[in-house]
Write a protein that binds this ligand. Structure first.
Ligand SMILES: Cc1cc2nc3c(=O)[nH]c(=O)nc-3n(C[C@H](O)[C@H](O)[C@H](O)COP(=O)(O)OP(=O)(O)OC[C@H]3O[C@@H](n4cnc5c(N)ncnc54)[C@H](O)[C@@H]3O)c2cc1C
Length: 396
């Protein structure tokens, strides 16, 4: 390659920053343009499983991820009311023993800061207050066209601008994402406000008819993150996120297990999110332009894999571009390598919604009995069910 190629990335979210770092490590010059007037993340947690931690390790950031995060003892699926345990799997140490990398839960702002600090250290330019409106594709370059009219040109343009991606819209048309029939309340609570005896250091999922509740610790145990999911027939609000009413949240989970009550009793503020999705896109690339992360495969959070898939995308994208002097062919190879896996995870996340939200005791038992059986009678099989996901080595 005679000249250092220049890559422009739209979106400084978790996917965009991770892609910037992977590309910089391969020797590309990178500029990230971000819509927001300041760089920040949602006030909530995120789970990073081994397949994603592997990419973080490749960037030399694994120790810092572990230092800032929390490693849960087990993953559990329990009945929201009775507390009956359908599934329990060891995570701390066991996840790393099996897959080579740990399972870490971290505040999104901490993870974003970790990536941004590394970008700054690597000399990657991140320009804020620069919403991308569309792009222009040429034979030898591609340019992000900002709302201001300015054009940011590179050899390649990556749309890492999230589920409402402007780059995707220009590439594939104006079709809006579809409301999935699920909403999520999210928030964090200082752990000192909780009775720790009631909130175990686990990745806890509490299942019930039409809803489920998730909790886990962050920041070495100083914070507890919660996500409360409820099925709704429609999302009729202007924005896709808004402050949520704490009373409404408590009402939705009234009568649930004391762990859920302990956490909900301490909630002071929460945000309500409409969860949107898209079916598999017919393509992720257009010449020298490609999509990455939620821009091309938004998914329900029920596998905790949206950012993990974006991290895997980032690694593969950088490797493909570094390995081929023809960026158009490299981007096509990236799409080919990623689309089936991302689609499989999207589908599995939808399946988990059906598993957790069964209506009626008989239906719930019918759906969760195989999970219970595998977990209690054949734990080896229960663990191996996730090998395709967590054991996947994107760097191989
Ligand atoms: C409730 C919930 C829980 C989740 N839990 C997990 C989890 O535990 N583990 C996990 O791996 N994933 C989880 N996810 C999914 C994860 O949050 C997303 O998949 C991930 O944030 C996607 O990253 P991204 O960079 O592709 O998109 P985003 O995070 O959406 O980032 C897009 C960026 O682009 C910017 N942008 C948007 N439009 C423009 C524009 N026109 N011009 C310039 N910039 C623009 C945005 O401001 C933003 O900075 C969860 C999601 C939800 C809703």
């Amino acid at each position: 390659m005679s000249r250092k190629q220049r890559i422009v990335i739209a979106g400084a979210g978790l996917g965009g920053l991770c892609a910037a770092l992977c590309l910089a490590r391969q020797g590309f010059e990178v500029e990230v343009v971000e819509r927001a007037p300041e760089l920040a993340e949602v006030g909530a947690g995120i789970q990073i499983s081994a397949n994603a931690a592997r990419v973080i390790a490749h960037l030399g950031l694994l120790d810092e991820l572990r230092r800032r995060g929390f490693e849960p003892e087990t993953a559990e699926i329990r009945d929201g009311r009775s507390g009956f345990t359908y599934f329990r799997n060891r995570l701390r140490d066991a996840h790393a023993e099996r897959y080579g990398f740990p399972y870490v839960q971290i505040h999104r702002a901490d993870l974003h800061d970790l990536l941004l600090t590394a970008c700054t250290a690597a000399g990657i330019a991140v320009t804020i207050d620069s919403p991308v409106l569309t792009y222009r594709a040429f034979e030898r370059t591609a340019a992000a066209v900002l709302i201001s009219g300015r054009e940011v040109e590179g050899d390649v343009l990556i749309g890492a601008d999230g589920i409402h991606s402007a780059v995707r819209m220009r590439m594939l048309g104006a079709e809006r994402p579809r409301f999935t029939g699920q909403v999520a309340w999210r928030g964090t609570i200082p752990a000192e406000r909780l009775d720790r005896a009631k909130v175990a250091p686990v990745a806890g999922v509490w299942a019930g008819p039409g809803r489920h509740f998730v909790h886990y610790y962050l920041r070495g145990g100083a914070l507890v993150n919660f996500v409360a999911i409820e099925e709704r027939p429609r999302w009729d609000r202007e924005s896709w996120t808004e402050p949520g009413a704490v009373a409404e949240l408590r009402q939705a989970f009234a009568g649930w297990h004391e762990t859920v009550q302990e956490i909900l009793g301490a909630v002071e503020n929460t945000f309500l999110w409409g969860l949107f999705g898209r079916d598999r896109l017919k393509r992720w690339t257009d010449g020298r332009v490609a999509l990455l992360g939620d821009a091309c495969h938004p998914m329900l959070p029920f596998m905790a894999q949206g950012a993990a898939m974006a991290f895997e995308d980032a690694y593969v994208l950088a490797r493909c571009l570094a390995g081929d002097d023809d960026p158009v062919a490299a981007l096509k190879a990236y799409e080919r390598l990623r689309i089936d896996r991302a689609t499989r995870v999207q589908r599995q996340a939808m399946e988990n919604g059906r598993l957790f939200h069964a209506r009626g005791r008989a239906e719930q038992w019918r759906r969760l009995a195989p999970v219970w059986l595998a977990s209690h009678v054949l734990p080896g099989i229960a663990r191996s069910r996730f090998d395709w996901l967590y054991g996947f080595d994107v760097t191989a």
